[in-house]
Design a protein around this ligand. Structure first.
Ligand code: ADP
Length: 295
């Protein structure tokens, strides 16, 4: 069982040739609304990759909330631990440019109530193989979740995004840290991943730095290192590449797959997802991943 504790948003996505500068208005090419947020994305990626997956978090009592709940459910995610609270659901205002790059404004909304464990969360976490955490919800909630997981021998995987310093009290309960290059640099002050990795291993036993189209760099305290190039594909929209990677990585690890094969499955899923527009909507299912790797 993969349990994701964290954020869910409605992504409001505008596609433009070139994003506007301050004071400028530009015409977009297209618009879509898609459930997202790092937590929900990771849960959807894991569930589509055939892992038993549950999501613990909160939506608002608005139209976005019911749609987020329904789409998580449609992807096979157990939403019994998804609370509905008064007020707005989280939103993410995303601008995707013609090169497939993106910029994002996140407004927390209901996610701000995910600031502690609520009824049933501790039991759900204790009954898991992996716990996935991110930093889009208040740190205190994530820290409590990590503590319960650590006490119960559940593997804790943290995506330290958005990039910000992570307190030692949380890091000390993390088993596997998965920053992208930028997040690794913010955590260590080292822009070179080769140097950031050993610095991160002082705080956590295992690290995967994701390097965009350069692939991934894994290391652990036992001295093992794996450098895996990315699959060569044409990127249309890289939104949620990292969430797809980590959700599918966790799905594989939860069923006992070794780290090298799990990294390969995560990379394949991310490569598949970025070839189509959209975040959660473009994530592959188990058969797609299998077929891609068998080519
Ligand atoms: P994030 O989305 O968190 O910024 P990255 O950009 O590092 O994370 O992407 C996560 C993973 O997605 C990469 O490690 C890689 O496996 C895959 N990926 C991202 N961009 C590309 C690309 N252009 N081509 C192939 N794979 C990619």
């Amino acid at each position: 069982m993969v349990t994701v504790f964290g954020s869910c948003n409605m992504d409001l996505v505008a596609y433009v040739a070139t994003p506007p500068r301050r004071g400028e208005t530009v015409h977009g090419r297209a618009f879509s609304t898609v459930p997202g947020g790092k937590g929900a994305n990771q849960a959807i990626a894991a569930a589509r990759a055939a892992a038993n997956t549950r999501f613990l978090g909160a939506v608002g009592d608005d139209g976005f909330g019911s749609r987020i709940r329904a789409e998580l459910g449609d992807s096979g995610v157990d939403t019994a631990g998804l609370r509905t609270v008064e007020g707005h659901s989280g939103t993410a205002h995303i601008v995707v440019d013609d090169d497939g790059g993106n910029s994002i404004i996140v407004v927390g909304g209901a996610n701000d109530t995910v600031d502690r464990l609520h009824d049933g969360d501790a039991e759900a976490i204790a009954d898991s193989d992996c716990l996935l955490l991110q930093l889009e919800t208040p740190l205190r909630g994530a820290s409590e979740a990590a503590e319960v997981a650590a006490r119960n021998g559940v593997r804790v995987i943290l995506t330290p995004a958005p990039a910000e310093p992570v307190p030692e009290s949380l890091l000390s309960n993390v088993d596997l840290l998965v920053p992208n290059e930028h997040e690794a640099a913010v955590l260590t002050g080292e822009s070179d991943p080769e140097r950031a990795l050993p610095a991160l291993l002082e705080s956590v036993p295992e690290v995967v730095v994701t390097l965009g189209d350069q692939g991934v760099f894994y290391g652990n305290r036992a001295g093992e290192r794996v450098r895996m190039p990315a699959f060569s594909v044409r990127a249309v929209d890289t939104t949620a590449a990292g969430d797809t990677f980590v959700g599918v990585l966790a799905a594989a690890l939860a069923r006992g797959t070794d780290i090298t094969r799990a990294l390969r499955r995560g990379s394949a899923a991310a490569a598949l997802s970025i070839q189509r527009k959209g975040a959660s909507g473009s994530m592959p299912v188990e058969d797609d991943i299998h077929e891609f790797l068998e080519r």
